[in-house]
Design a protein around this ligand. Sequence first.
Ligand SMILES: Nc1nc2c(c(=O)[nH]1)N[C@H]1C(S)=C(S)[C@@H](COP(=O)(O)O)O[C@H]1N2
Ligand SMILES: [Mo]
Length: 218
Amino acid sequence: MAEGEPEGIRRKLVETKQAWAREGRLLTGQTAGHEQRLPPGQRLVKDFPVLDLGIQPEIGTAAFRLTVDGLVENPVTLDWAWLSELPQEQRVNDIHCVTQWSRYDNQWGGVPVTALLDLARLKPGARFVSFEAHDGYTTNLTLEDFARPENLLAHSWEGQPLTRQHGGPLRVVVPHLYLWKSTKWVRRITFMAKNQPGFWEVRGYHDRGDPWLEERYG
Ligand SMILES: Nc1nc2c(c(=O)[nH]1)N[C@H]1C(S)=C(S)[C@@H](COP(=O)(O)O)O[C@H]1N2
Ligand SMILES: [Mo]
């Protein structure tokens, strides 16, 4: 990363989003059931905005490695060939960013999280999941939120390889929570007995992030 400018932009973005959390910005005070497709306070977009910390690491599939460790019987570091041999599925879902945009009907392709869990074989004490990415980003989920059948480790979007801007070659997609829970450029998934709040969670964002409950800040 170049000195000066990108670091300044990143600091500004982090400060702005932290201020939103302090001020409770964008909160409508409403909650909604899932029969309402658009969660409260969200607006629909047709494009696909890019949101991250301003560092978009270039990871080719040749250099790709994903480590799965922590409370598992079978800790593994997957390379691209191994990942490609795991079950592959397509999922279509809506995504919701805490900065208020939602996008309907995204078609993802990748490895279902359930297939990863079958491979890693959790130990009984595993209750939380921690994610690390190549840009230094981290986030956390409960095992229950991670193990859902719609969740993917996605390497394609709309039938094309996932672009670097959107987290390619591999990102997590957890569509029932705000999109900050969906780690781009994922490089490590660790199963834990305790919760470990991530980058935004320690900066005023909610630990879980359910869009229908408007769990933006916490
Ligand atoms: N590695 C990494 N993953 C990340 C982020 C990030 O900064 N780094 N930002 C999160 C946030 S806040 C959002 S809204 C989504 C944006 O995904 P997109 O750029 O594909 O729209 O990625 C999430 N995953
Ligand atoms: Mo976000």
